[in-house]
Design a protein around this ligand. Structure first.
Ligand SMILES: [Zn+2]
Ligand SMILES: [Zn+2]
Ligand SMILES: [Zn+2]
Ligand SMILES: [Zn+2]
Ligand SMILES: [Zn+2]
Length: 273
């Protein structure tokens, strides 16, 4: 990981996972100042970038509220933008993001993604799609059925039956078969080892992302941390803390002082703040 300052991020010329090219930077067409020539690497779409130009472009997208990273370079010989979407993993690596940059990128991405995230289900009474606004409450009112029946109509987001029992509740309603399959999975999934991580030979194989609650599996290669595919925030699969917090007492391949977190008994709720 780079510990250098913002201005002098550089690729490691010995990094064989990057493809270096001898073309100018496609994101920053100005010729580099004399003696300031920086190695360029190729993105998955074929355009050439430097750590600075990629960081700068992606930062400007986030500043405009865009968390999908799209390539702004022009397609060869045209005036059309490439528009290819780069994953955060790719950006993070080729922009050589520092620890602080990663933390700030991930916070912004998670906040933007949460605002855009909508949870829709079809109402068991009238079959129209209803959006759930309060992600912590399983009891959801359908305005159409309420108007139709002239009395408050609430259904359960989990078992999709007429709501039974007191509300609000986040775990289940009082219908007999109301269970949360994701929670069941967290409770009953197999255990796995993380061969790359020192001394972790039994860890639940499925975890819920501490930021957004998405179910994730560890692919057993690489370090103990994973980037959540939904909110893009990186966390430790072993202790379930966010990576910067976990790394205070550990390293990428050694568990932190909290060890292996027990199976989760509730699913974290994504906060739209
Ligand atoms: Zn491109
Ligand atoms: Zn309805
Ligand atoms: Zn229910
Ligand atoms: Zn997540
Ligand atoms: Zn950890």
């Amino acid at each position: 990981m780079s510990t250098q300052g913002q201005g002098d991020k550089r690729y490691d010329p010995g990094d064989t996972t990057l493809k270096f090219v001898d073309r100018p930077d496609d994101l920053d067409p100005l010729p580099p100042e004399e003696g300031d020539e920086c190695l360029r690497a190729e993105m998955s779409c074929g355009h050439a970038v430097t750590p600075q130009s990629l960081t700068g472009w992606c930062r400007s997208l986030l500043d405009q509220g865009q968390y999908k990273f799209k390539c702004p370079a022009l397609k060869k010989g045209t005036l059309l933008q490439c528009g290819a979407e780069w994953s955060y993993q790719e950006v993070r690596r080729l922009a050589v993001l520092t620890a602080q940059e990663m933390q700030s990128f991930e916070e912004i991405i998670a906040r933007l993604a949460a605002t855009e995230y909508c949870d829709f289900k079809s109402c068991p009474g009238c079959q129209t799609f209803v959006e759930r606004e309060d992600l912590t409450n399983l009891s959801v009112q359908c305005t159409i059925c309420t108007a139709d029946k002239n009395k408050r109509y609430e259904f359960c987001w989990q078992c999709l039956k007429l709501w039974k029992g007191p509300a609000p509740r986040s775990d289940r309603c009082e219908n007999d078969d109301c269970t949360n399959p994701d929670l069941q999975l967290l409770k009953t999934c197999k255990t796995t080892s993380l061969p790359q991580v020192q001394g972790v030979d039994t860890c639940p194989c499925i975890r819920a992302c501490p930021t957004c609650g998405q179910k994730v599996e560890h692919d057993k290669t690489g370090c103990k941390n994973i980037i959540c595919p939904r909110c893009q925030v990186e966390f430790c699969f072993v202790c379930l803390k966010l990576t910067p917090e976990c790394l205070k007492t550990s390293s990428y391949f050694i568990p932190c002082s909290d060890g292996v977190a027990p199976r989760q008994t509730s699913i974290p709720v994504w906060h739209k703040n």
